[in-house]
Design a protein around this ligand. Structure first.
Ligand code: BGC
Length: 914
């Protein structure tokens, strides 16, 4: 589903979908100079903004009256509509600003106005927080033993307070060292899950802001929260360790209640009381145990009794910054009904039909003390039992004990599982499909892209990629959601980021994660393998650490986000300086640390030093570009020169005069071509060797994590389009098609996760939901559908449409809701004619490179009249809409420039038979 954010199709240039820092009306941000963006709904040809004015007001009424008493940008000429920086007075904590934009079109008509929007500041100064961390003493005492705090009952904490006047506005600012679920007067606050999310808790802790005006009333009120161990003190990663950041969960809240004539603040402090309840244990990896007999009915109601509640433990806040959560919360975004239920021995196997991340909601009725166990698995053994060996130490098992009160509903709070199958044992009576529901949990990023074509296999691949992304974008980009790992590996993120940016609005999500990457950088300047960095994991290996440079660049391309470059520039330069310092001869020989190489490549081994050196050069080149973007010309020149020298060293060390790259692997060739390491005259030969390797393997790939995203683009851009399609469409092992033929509904970690000959790979490392190999998605959008951005005008200010038909596909289409509005490309082939239908959003321009078999005229003489002659000739015809401007011929393409709007082109792809 594409959310266009608009419902007006008009010829007027109405600005729609106003956003602040990528979000719609964000509540509680701490970006001091937030950026404002808008898009346009009209498909009118040539619609363009010639000027804008932003009005920002302190009340909705002032704004409605057309006044910007907080900030009035005045009329600003130009087409800026993305990331316009708020330039009014410094804002206070809790201040809400109402804003709208008015624009004038290319003929000066206007102003056309957006609907009003707002943003609200969070708590901006450390001194704003007056509460203290509170916890439950029993949790603290027991956590001094070796037991993981996640194996202890979850604390419930609460306080009562009386409001003597009506409430005009109330905000709850809440966070935890651990996880929290906040409650007010018997209701859960908001729908965010697993808050405050994962950060390096020693470097920064996120807080969330909730509008709780409607949950409070004059008289007695009760505030409360349940706490879970989560990433803070539960188990994380494969080292079996718990308590990575602390020994017990703690809560910090601040409730700010405004009355008609004053403000009352309620905070976490010694006045709170605590108790344990039904959640006997909750761990992200191990699962949750819930004993309904220990429920605390009404614990969060003002009138509830005090039996068993005792004083909380209080500790002072330290200097750790509390930062506003800036990304979409984790939420339940979809429910799935089971596809089938199979009774086996003493249990039932439930098939959700889709490998997903989250949990199930279970309904059951039975005698008090009935113990129901739910075990979650990705795949089944050949005998139909669940396969759990690949989960390693992650038990992902939920247990519910009934209280015997009729129909009871269970859903966990402080865990998540990666699964398609659920083994239910101990269920009283018949488990029917209505009694068990899959709850899909993810960072609730908005779906922005879709791709489909005439190949069912590629369509399934696209679905699997999207599910892989959804299942692994949970607070941070994880490698996998099921086994005892679930870490933010930088290479996985780096290779998949471009694909991710198409499928969903991941700018805010990645902006948050790039802070984790920055927090994880070593004092020496090394980016890490994983972020948040777990203490024992090493400094960045080639292609892993480089994620710290590549991801900001990709976000800049896709979202035009220059501020990210500014924010992370120093960190990136320190990384490059670290590489340079340890590798004076410009080949990345030293400090390759974990040196994973082309991880999980199949049947080929790319020399690791070569991989490292390729990324070293790429970093320098990207840094040169980024330096230029933020006006540091001196740095840019220096980094360009460095990139040139590394590339020269690369060629000297690893490339033969006939374009053979050491190791002669697909990854070696793809990196050399796509990371721009080869002199122009060697590129065709290198590309030929690459294509030959693929053909020699019968059209099969051999790339691992590092090479996979570059393989099809390298082939396609260098004249081997059909070879690229052959790889992409293959259903023979190893390939995406092979996974799909074997029932994959996500992307496997390994090409040989399961083979007909060998069955399952080594369970020590065999996830069925890793997105890295899903990075082929970028090729589907950018090459098959041809929808791309011009790096010189990022954020799709200028769109490049360059579809590469091939592989026998008869049609393909992609849509993308960019920060500039909706872009679409759809092509089909009929009787040798190529029909291309493109939509370019208002206030942008595009280059359309239409494939054609038309004889390419001599470039020096090609102009409009040449084209007209060709048209008149009939053969090799290209028909373009009148207002598309012919620019030039390229081999096999006629290139046009268009302004915004929808356009259709027709060209002849093959010469008709005589
Ligand atoms: C993870 C990967 C990661 C890798 C490092 C694996 O265990 O699952 O996705 O990039 O280790 O090589």
């Amino acid at each position: 589903m594409i959310s266009s954010g608009t419902n007006q199709a008009t010829s007027e240039l109405n600005p729609v979908d106003p956003r602040c820092e990528y979000l719609v009306n964000p509540l509680g941000i701490d970006v001091r100079r937030p950026r404002l963006s808008w898009v346009f709904a009209t498909e009118r040809h040539g619609a363009r903004q010639s000027a804008y004015q932003i009005l920002a007001a302190r009340t909705p009424d002032t704004l409605a009256a057309g006044r910007g008493d907080c900030w009035d940008s005045g009329r600003v000429d130009g087409a800026d509509s993305v990331h316009v920086v708020y330039d009014g007075p410094e804002l206070e904590s809790g201040e809400r600003v109402w804003w709208r934009v008015r624009v004038w079109d290319e003929q000066g008509r206007g102003p056309f106005e957006s609907v009003p929007a707002w943003w609200e500041m969070g708590l901006l100064k450390p001194g704003d927080w007056t509460g203290r961390w509170i916890s439950l003493p029993s949790a603290v005492d027991e956590a001094t033993s070796d037991r993981s705090p996640s194996q202890l009952p979850c604390p419930y904490l609460r306080a009562t307070f009386t409001l003597t006047q009506p409430v005009t506005r109330a905000r709850l600012y809440a966070t935890a060292r651990g996880l929290y679920d906040a409650h007010l007067n018997g209701q859960r606050v908001g729908d965010a899950l697993l808050a405050p999310g994962w950060t390096d808790y020693a470097s920064r802790i996120q807080y969330q802001t909730y509008d709780v005006t409607d949950l409070l009333h004059q008289g007695p009120n009760r505030i409360g929260a349940m706490l879970g161990a989560g990433w803070y003190c539960g188990r994380v990663g494969f080292l079996g360790a718990h308590s990575n950041y602390g020994r017990f969960p703690e809560l910090l809240v601040q409730l700010v209640v405004e009355h008609p004539d004053g403000v009352v603040t309620v905070v976490s402090d010694a006045s709170w009381e605590g108790m344990t309840g039904p959640i006997l244990a909750a761990d992200l990896l191990m699962g949750e145990t819930y004993d309904a007999r220990a429920e605390l009915p009404g614990w969060d109601h003002p009138a509830a009794g005090r039996d068993g509640w005792s004083a909380v433990r209080v500790s002072d806040r330290d200097q750790t910054p509390l930062v506003a959560d800036r990304a979409e919360p984790v939420r339940v975004v979809e429910e799935i009904a089971p596809r089938s239920l199979t009774v086996r021995d003493d249990h039932v196997i439930v098939d959700m039909g889709q490998l997903m991340t989250g949990w199930v909601r279970l309904r059951a009725a039975g005698p008090a003390g009935t113990r129901i166990q739910l075990r979650f698995a990705e795949v089944l053994n050949p005998d139909g039992s669940i396969y759990t060996e690949n989960l390693r130490g992650a038990a992902q098992t939920d247990v519910v004990i009934l209280r015997g009160a009729g129909d009871e509903v269970f859903e966990p709070r402080f865990t998540f599982h990666g699964f398609r199958y659920v083994e239910v044992s101990g269920y009283p009576g018949d488990l029917t499909p209505e009694r068990i529901t899959g709850r899909v949990v993810e960072s609730a990023t908005e779906r922005t892209g879709s791709f489909s074509c005439s190949s069912d296999m590629l369509n399934q691949l696209q679905r699997n990629i999207v599910w892989g992304q959804r299942g692994n974008f949970l607070s941070i980009p994880t490698d996998c959601p099921q086994r005892d790992e679930r870490l933010g590996w930088l290479a996985d993120a780096q290779v998949f980021a471009r694909t991710a940016c198409f499928n969903a609005g991941v700018a805010a999500f990645f902006t948050k994660w790039l802070d984790d990457v920055a927090d994880a950088q070593s004092a020496e300047g090394a980016f890490s393998d994983v972020a948040p960095r777990l203490v024992d994991l090493a400094d960045g290996a080639p292609a892993w650490g480089d994620g710290g440079v590549i991801v900001p660049w990709i976000l800049y391309l896709c979202y035009g986000d220059r501020r990210l470059i500014e924010t992370h520039y120093d960190g990136m330069t320190r990384w490059l300086a670290y590489l340079e310092r340890h590798n004076p001869d410009l080949l990345w020989k030293n400090r390759r640390n974990n040196d994973f190489g082309d991880w999980l490549a199949i049947g080929a081994e790319t020399p690791k030093e070569l991989i490292g050196t390729a990324f070293f050069a790429a970093d320098a080149r990207l840094l040169a570009r980024m330096a230029r973007i933020i006006d540091r010309a001196g740095d840019a020149a220096r980094y360009d020169a460095l990139a040139d020298r590394i590339a020269a060293a690369f060629v000297d060390a690893y490339v033969t005069p006939d374009g053979r790259v050491q190791g002669e692997t697909q990854t070696g060739y793809a990196l050399s071509l796509q990371l721009d390491l080869l002199p122009v005259d060697l590129r065709p030969a290198a590309a030929r060797h690459l294509a030959e390797d693929v053909e020699r393997r019968g059209g099969q790939l051999s790339t691992g994590f590092v090479g996979v995203s570059h393989l099809c683009p390298a082939l396609t851009e260098n004249g081997h389009v059909e070879t690229a399609y052959r790889v992409a469409l293959s259903e023979t092992y190893p390939s995406w098609g092979y996974m799909i033929r074997h029932g994959a509904t996500t992307i496997w970690e390994r090409w040989d996760g399961w083979t007909d000959e060998r069955g399952f790979q080594d369970p020590g490392m065999n996830s069925f939901n890793h997105y890295a190999f899903g990075s082929i998605g970028d090729w589907l959008y950018r090459y098959v559908a041809g929808l791309d951005v011009d790096p010189a005008r990022p954020g799709y200010e200028h769109v490049v449409m360059r579809p590469y038909p091939g592989g026998g596909l008869t049609w393909a289409q992609a849509e993308y809701q960019s920060v500039r509005g909706r872009i679409a490309s759809a092509w089909q082939i009929e009787d040798g004619m190529f029909l291309l239908d493109v939509t370019i959003p208002a206030n942008t321009t595009a280059t359309i490179a239409v494939p054609t078999a038309a004889p390419t005229p001599d470039r020096s003489t090609a102009d409009d009249s040449t084209l007209e002659t060709l048209n008149a000739d009939g053969d090799g015809q290209v028909t373009a809409p009148e207002d598309a401007r012919f620019m030039r011929w390229e081999p096999g393409r006629a290139v046009y420039a268009v302004d915004s709007g929808r356009y259709t082109f027709r060209s002849r792809l093959s010469t008709p038979a005589p």
